[in-house]
Design a protein. Structure first.
Length: 280
């Protein structure tokens, strides 16, 4: 195996109280990898060092401007500072800061512009390039649990189809299937980092977060309903989801019923709610 064949080479610092370091290696196009004791003299102390060896036809990724653009596009909302160190153009070895800002969900909603929400929504939706229909940004603090979340309602059903659910990860386990069109992020330090889907399903924290997310979803829907034109767009796209919800979610059935719309002899081509029909 040559350096040109390597995709990643990581030197893992000593785990726990061990004084040994290990090297993880993998080749491009292969699913296998190897782990061996590090025989170099480099002592990391703590942390992980990853070295990538590019093939000859991939040297375009050594361009400083391209690297900065890629980092900003795919890591714009991380909570860690990302720096770029160049050797040819900067022999002194100084680091140029590429990204250093709080993740959008860690900031106060009043400090975030519509454009910033739209930019994050675009990154979440794999570059759909459209502003969401509605946004709900909130924090929850109660006793032993604290979490922050941002929820987005897309402008149409087709926009949801662009999302790779593997990228949404555990968020999908915190939201009922009939509300899966609502996209977003949940951040909580009270959820263990090494939490599998199965563990999360049995976790009491999950139940509390799930209940609050569902409540906030309905708050968001009722806010959209205050604007008839916007709600008509929402209902055209997601009415089937609401109708599924009224069958499977007995706890929120009355809320969902208020959101349903029907055609009647009085409303003509317009849709009406059951409440408005009874008052007519």
């Amino acid at each position: 195996m040559t350096k040109c064949d390597l995709v990643k080479l990581g030197t893992v610092a000593r785990p726990g109280t061990s004084i040994e370091q290990y090297v993880w290696e993998a080749r491009a196009g292969y699913r296998s990898f190897s782990v061996a004791r590090d025989t170099t003299d480099e002592n990391l102390g703590r942390g992980i060092k990853v070295t990538m060896y590019l093939k000859d036809d991939q040297c375009v990724y050594l361009d400083e401007a391209l690297l900065k653009a890629l980092v900003k596009k795919y890591s714009k909302f991380t909570s860690y500072q990302i720096s770029l160190k160049t050797t040819e153009k900067d022999p002194s070895g100084s680091e140029l800061s590429v990204i250093h800002q709080k993740p959008i969900w860690m900031r106060k909603p009043e400090d975030i512009s519509k454009e910033e929400y739209a930019a994050y929504y675009e990154s979440l939706m794999n570059g759909v390039g459209e502003v969401p229909l509605a946004v709900k940004h909130f924090s929850f603090v109660k006793g032993w649990l604290e979490f922050k979340a941002i929820l987005f309602v897309p402008r149409g059903k087709s926009r949801c189809d662009h999302v790779d659910l593997d990228n949404v990860r555990l968020y999908q386990e915190l939201i009922p299937e009939y509300l899966s069109f609502v996209k977003g992020i949940v951040d909580s330090e009270d959820v263990p980092l090494k939490t599998s889907r199965e563990m999360l399903q049995r976790n009491k924290i999950r139940e509390v977060i799930r209940e609050n997310l569902v409540n906030k979803c309905f708050e968001l829907f009722f806010e959209i309903a205050e604007n008839e034109e916007e709600y008509n767009k929402f209902y055209e796209a997601f009415s089937k989801n609401l109708k599924l919800g009224i069958r499977v979610d007995s706890q929120n059935r009355s809320k969902i019923a208020e959101l349903l719309r029907y055609r009647s002899t009085e409303s003509g081509d317009e849709l009406t709610s059951l409440k408005d029909y009874c008052l007519a």
